[in-house]
Design a protein around this ligand. Structure first.
Ligand code: TYM
Length: 345
């Protein structure tokens, strides 16, 4: 039997941080053996906010290399760059024409990002979730492993697939059962790590776009910088770390990071740190962060020293992804009543 499909991606904007790793990429690694996995670097998403053309290609390669450094195995997974598979843009257009504008206007991330850009906000930023739906639906993904912040976008992808394509354009078989045009995906949001918070504010999420560098630990930060960022992380006046106290978001966040990065788990970490002062806890957290990232950083260095290998991986990924994506695109074109596309004639 065919294995269930997985697709996910990260934007190559700025540096990848602990939130991207613990909330998403780490979970991808575990799915590779049990699922058919597709992981793309979503570079078309990266230009929905102003970007630097001199940086985009390098950031794209960096992100792809980080996937591999985090344990994505190109023998098991298809690793590719979104813009190198033309079907993403084409399906996005087809989906645009059936998606109500007000579904997009209520997206929380759009509203948050649009505020920052005032009257410079692009149509692409509004349309971003439709492109994301295209990414997912092209591969017939059953599961999409993401952090908590992507939940609303996943719901939109499900609604587009089910309400706007399958129920409007799907045919029925001879017994009257609907034949879906697109697979309706499920989000996979694991509780641990799904919402890593900023080091400088336990109430806002760790984010690539936070102007304060000290708010996040990037996967490629050198050990001294990690130590410095942890040392400066916001704390509170209470002694002892604990989970579940809403008055203490920083304690919750830093203790979760310690539990995840040390591999000790929530219970053991909570016990160990229950009466620990911040002055003892912080060096411990810095140490587990440095140690957790060390092997990843070493593999990253090796991968970047061998650009030929990375290019081969991406070329092979592009070919595999294109074949799957084109087949879906052709099915949607057919359902919507188009003549066959260029690759089907
Ligand atoms: P992006 O690039 O912002 O983030 C990549 C992944 O990291 C997760 N994440 C977090 N998880 C926990 N705590 C945090 N502080 C944190 N910050 C980010 C995100 O939830 C995400 O899983 N729209 C997507 C990219 C995308 C995509 C897709 C994802 C485009 N097409 C198709 C899945 C499937 C985004 O901007 O993620």
């Amino acid at each position: 039997m065919a294995r269930p499909r997985v697709l996910s991606g990260v934007q190559p904007t700025g540096a990848l941080h602990l939130g991207n790793w613990l909330g998403a990429i780490r979970n991808w690694v575990d799915l590779q053996k049990s699922h058919e996995t597709f992981f793309c670097v979503v570079d078309l998403h990266a230009i929905t906010v102003p970007h630097d053309p001199a940086q985009l290609a390098e950031d794209t390669l960096k992100t792809a290399a980080l996937y591999l450094a985090c344990g994505i195995d190109p023998e098991l997974s298809t690793v590719f760059v979104q813009s190198q598979v033309g079907a993403h843009s084409e399906l996005c257009w087809l989906l645009n024409c059936v998606t109500p504008l007000n579904w997009l206007e209520r997206m929380i991330q759009f509203k948050e990002k649009a505020v920052k850009q005032g009257d410079q906000v692009s149509v692409g930023l509004l349309d971003y979730p439709v492109l994301m739906a295209a990414d997912i639906l092209l591969y017939g993904a059953d599961l999409v492993p993401v952090g908590e912040d992507q939940k609303q976008h996943l719901e939109l992808a499900r609604d587009i697939a089910q309400q706007r394509i399958n129920s409007r354009f799907g045919k029925k078989d001879e017994t009257g059962e609907p034949i879906p045009v697109l697979t309706v995906p499920e989000p996979l949001i694991l509780k641990a790590g799904a919402r890593v918070m900023s080091l400088t504010d336990g109430n806002s999420k760790m984010s690539k776009s936070d102007p304060n560098e000290g708010s996040r630990i990037n996967l490629l930060d050198p050990p001294e910088l990690i130590v410095k960022k942890v040392k400066r992380a916001k704390t509170d006046p209470t002694m002892g770390l604990e989970f579940g106290n809403q008055e203490r978001p920083e304690a919750e966040n830093l203790l979760s990071l310690y539990a995840l990065l040390s591999g000790k788990g929530m219970e053991a970490a909570a016990q160990e740190c229950a009466s620990m002062g911040w002055g003892t806890f912080k060096p411990l957290l810095a140490e587990v962060a440095v140690e957790a990232l060390r092997p990843l950083q070493q593999r990253y260095g090796e991968l970047r020293a061998d650009p030929g290998h990375l290019n081969d991986v991406l070329r092979q990924g592009q070919a595999r992804a294109s074949a799957v994506a084109q087949a879906t695109l052709e099915r949607v074109r057919h359902a919507l009543g188009f003549l066959p596309g260029p690759t089907a004639t």
